[in-house]
Write a protein of this length. Sequence first.
Length: 286
Amino acid sequence: MSNSVLALLPLALAYIMFTLGTGLKPSDFKVIVNHPKAFVVGLVNQVIFVPLVALAVVLMMSPPPTIAFGIMLISFCPGGVTSNMLTFYAKGNVALSVALTGVVSLLSVVTLPILITLAFNHFMQDQAGSISAVKIGVVMFLLTALPVSIGMLARYKFTDFMMRRSGILNGLASIFFVLIVLAAIASNWQLLQEQLASIGLELVFIIVVLFALSILTSKAMKLSWFDSKTISIETSIQNSTTAITLAPIIMGTAVGLPAIALPAAVYGVLMYVIALPVIALIRNKN
């Protein structure tokens, strides 16, 4: 992968986050007040349970350090536009999904630097060099929080235009997502061939456990099925684009995507393979 293509990855992520912002409006966050219990359950699942489940699977299956760190990296990332779209198809609470995605994306400016630093020091201690939590925090602000905020402002100022062009904006975001996943796979093709079965099994296990766990926690809190399936999707679907884009920044790679980006690339494919049949099963279930 050329330096110019690698340099475009942050711009692609910023654009994807901008499209997320254009789909947000202040009224979307009223769900936090109207359904506080559902929101808190979803927030706790996303921020706490997802990394813990990923850590348990990694410790149990003991993948190579770069793969282990890559799996943890994807678990730290917030959901994205994909989770909102899948919630819509599942006939879930789209407002709750959007609010969770927006809030967790903004919180990631703080949570990701801390969690990435801890995971790097644990799994990548044999790697030369170190990472800066402050640098990652600044990068996360520039690539996620700022574009989301600009997108929300654009939605507020140019509502009619943004609504009319939403299909085009989201279509381009989907294209960027596919290209980023393909770039990560192409940069680590040999490692993918060696580790595909192992990575795939670990990621499938994480997604399935998260889905089941989120249903159980929602049921324990006596949430409606409408909210429960929303939280299960929001918990199980992470923004792999963020992980892939952060990978070269974390490793200081100038050419090609590092191996830690590979789990996120595989996940970017697997999440659809698993999620779509599940959604088809639960969308009309009462």
